[in-house]
Design a protein around this ligand. Structure first.
Ligand SMILES: C[S@@+](CC[C@H](N)C(=O)[O-])C[C@H]1O[C@@H](n2cnc3c(N)ncnc32)[C@H](O)[C@@H]1O
Length: 274
């Protein structure tokens, strides 16, 4: 796994940004034309440039040419399923404490947006096992992830129904992004080590209520926290400093919980609670 940093290479994803800050993500396919708005570029003329050049299409329109950051890459992904957006991926990675070297299970891959965030966070010493029930989604997710990160040997993408069983054990972190995560609590509890963190991402508050109720009615999970993030961009020009007129008001709720351990049962010699 390696993000490129030198001159632009054949096959890479690049971002063309016009003077109105509109983004056009394209791949540098050798020998091909890249059509943007009313003009085009020859990819061969761009391969080998440094990032940050201003380039002009055949119609004379100017664009700044850069590699996308992960936050720019995700909203520009081709996708069939709804990804988690960067504003939520950042906090998920921090509040879920996805550390370098962690062993992680992910349920529900979709276009692979969260997968790429996790893979970057855990690094090549970590291990991510992801379950995706649809083979077409799994194939697209692998393409998306490898376009940004290159080959990812520390990622095992299983085309499988998570409800049929989660095989991993003693994992550090688990994340569920599908509509009824409470139906997977027993499976995830068996997979997580004591102290491990479960993160779930849910669009509606009724789902949050169901999940939290189910966690509280069992003994496996505790220290539950629920939050959401609002992100408001600002328009900053010489004579005009104000919030953007539009914002994404709601995406989803983030629920985190810890896998609890149990003291030995009656009859065993347990250390005193402190
Ligand atoms: C909302 S998408 C996940 C998006 C992803 N977190 C991202 O950031 O790109 C939910 C995914 O869960 C998958 N899914 C639904 N039920 C599943 C199951 N039982 N086992 C595995 N995957 C499942 C769907 O096919 C879909 O791709």
């Amino acid at each position: 796994m390696k993000r490129n940093s030198g001159r632009l290479q054949a096959g890479e994803a690049v971002l063309f940004i016009d003077r109105k800050q509109r983004e056009y993500m394209r791949q540098l396919a050798p020998g091909k034309r890249i059509h943007i708005r009313n003009g085009f570029f020859w990819a061969d003329h761009l391969i080998g440039l440094a990032e940050g050049h201003t380039v002009y299409n055949s119609a004379g329109e100017a664009f700044v040419l850069v590699r996308p950051t992960i936050a720019q890459f995700i909203p520009n992904l081709p996708r069939q399923a709804q990804p988690i957006y960067p504003k939520d991926i950042g906090p998920i990675l921090l509040w879920g404490d996805f550390f370098p070297g962690a062993h992680v299970v992910e349920i529900g891959v979709g276009p692979g947006a969260l997968s790429m965030g996790i893979l970057q966070a855990i690094g090549p010493e970590g291990r991510l096992v992801s379950y995706e029930v649809r083979s077409d989604f799994a194939a697209r997710a692998r393409q998306n992830v490898e376009l940004l990160l290159g080959p990812v040997p520390h990622w095992q993408l299983k085309q499988a129904d998570a409800f049929a069983g989660i095989e991993e054990r003693n994992v550090d972190r688990a994340v569920i992004d599908l509509p009824e995560p409470w139906l997977l609590l027993a499976q995830v509890a068996a997979a997580l080590r004591p102290g491990g963190v479960l993160v779930s991402y849910l669009p509606t508050v009724l789902q949050v209520k169901e999940l939290v109720d189910q966690m509280r009615s069992g003994a496996e999970f505790g220290l539950v926290q629920v939050f959401e993030l609002l992100q408001r961009f600002w328009h900053v020009e010489e004579r005009s400093m104000r919030p953007e007129h539009r914002m994404v008001a709601h995406t989803g709720f983030i629920v985190t919980a810890r896998r609890l351990a149990h003291l030995p049962g009656p009859g065993a010699t347990a250390p005193p609670l402190r």
